[in-house]
Design a protein. Structure first.
Length: 282
């Protein structure tokens, strides 16, 4: 159950990866650190004696503001450059964020209480921890919202148009820079939400975002690079692989088996589950 729930976390972070890839054509390697920053914001909000629901709201709104700041501070100045300078800038931002939080909060891991007060449920002899149930329910709600937002709202269709062809979207009067900024805001909110959900299980620490980002990026590749439904399926798939390997083989090597599966997928189907083959003419 733990790794299936972590698969949902990977799916949320992978979704953030995909949204930025589609909108800005760049891989944001600080996406995992969004989860770390969101978790620390939640700890700070609870430390100021806010109710849990208000602390959660403050942390998510803080991540929205952080996503906007990240867009204009890291991506926007390099928006007319090739993908490599932007990619390097996201790596630099990741290192900067980790060291900034380290300087402010220290290296000691922080606990975060569960959202639900009860321990969990036992169904057919299997105990389901309440936090794992919360992760699964929230992830399902986010996926449903994602579908409704992009398929049935005007803003969602504008975001899709921007991700498919920025030049054509600009000709149609869509404010491309604003759409990309909204994508960064939404991606940061998703990352922060993932960090808040997983923090009661893994504790809040400086390095918590790094391993999540690696698994989420693997999920992005497995599902099909740049495909939204592929990010969700890929995250759940990585979680299931970890669960199976930990139960039947060895818990300490669960990370290795997840990346071994990624290696196999790349050999068998390089474009991922939902990716399309792209041919180039010489």
């Amino acid at each position: 159950m733990l790794f299936r729930s972590l698969g949902s976390i990977y799916a949320l972070v992978a979704l953030g990866f995909v949204l930025i890839i589609r909108a800005a054509n760049v891989v944001n390697f600080a996406q995992g650190d969004f989860a770390m920053v969101g978790a620390y914001l939640m700890v700070a909000a609870l430390g100021s004696l806010m109710p849990y629901w208000l602390a959660f709201l403050v942390a998510i709104l803080g991540m929205c503001a952080f996503g906007l700041l990240f867009n204009y501070g890291v991506y926007y100045p390099l928006r007319h450059r090739s993908f490599l300078p932007v990619l390097i800038s996201t790596l630099g931002a990741s290192i900067f964020l980790q060291n900034l939080v380290l300087a402010i909060a220290g290296a000691q891991p922080r606990p975060l209480p569960k959202l639900m007060s009860f321990d969990g449920l036992e169904i057919a002899g299997v105990f389901l921890d309440s936090q794992y149930l919360v992760i699964l329910v929230v992830t399902a709600a986010c996926v449903a919202f994602q579908y409704f937002f992009f398929e049935h709202t005007l803003l969602g269709k504008k975001l899709q148009a921007t991700s498919q062809d920025k030049d054509m979207a600009r000709l149609l009067g869509i404010p491309v820079a604003l759409m990309i900024a909204i994508t960064f805001i939404y991606s940061a909110a998703l990352g922060g939400l993932a960090g808040i959900l997983v923090a009661p299980i893994l504790f809040v620490s400086i390095g918590m975002g790094s391993i999540i980002a690696l698994k989420a990026f693997a999920a992005t590749i497995v599902g099909g690079f740049g495909d939204v439904k592929g990010a969700i399926v890929g995250g759940l798939f990585i979680g299931i692989v970890e669960s199976f390997a930990a139960y039947h083989i060895s818990v300490p090597y669960k990370d290795a088996y997840a990346f071994l599966m990624l290696f196999v997928i790349l050999i068998v189907r390089p474009q991922g589950f939902f990716g399309e083959k792209i041919s180039e003419k010489a």
